[in-house]
Design a binder for this molecule. Structure first.
Ligand SMILES: [Zn+2]
Length: 70
């Protein structure tokens, strides 16, 4: 019970305590860390939860983008 409001994240298959806390995607055989993106972004690849392996069908962005989120 964290008191956080329920977020209707796309793809409700994650069973982790913090759903979609850590995501990865495999692009051309290389695993990249990604995070859920608030807005629609062109996602050419599917991302998976690193915790339970659930498929994340929503938009995401690469962690190592030029925009650094603290
Ligand atoms: Zn998960």
């Amino acid at each position: 019970m964290t008191g956080e409001p329920s977020v209707s994240a796309p793809g409700q298959g994650c069973t982790c305590p913090h759903p979609w806390h850590s995501l990865t995607t495999v692009i051309e055989g290389i695993t990249h860390g990604v995070v859920p993106a608030p807005a629609h972004t062109p996602a050419l690849y599917l991302a998976h939860c690193t915790g339970c392996g659930a498929l994340y069908t929503g938009p995401w962005k690469r962690l190592n983008s030029f925009f650094h989120a603290a």
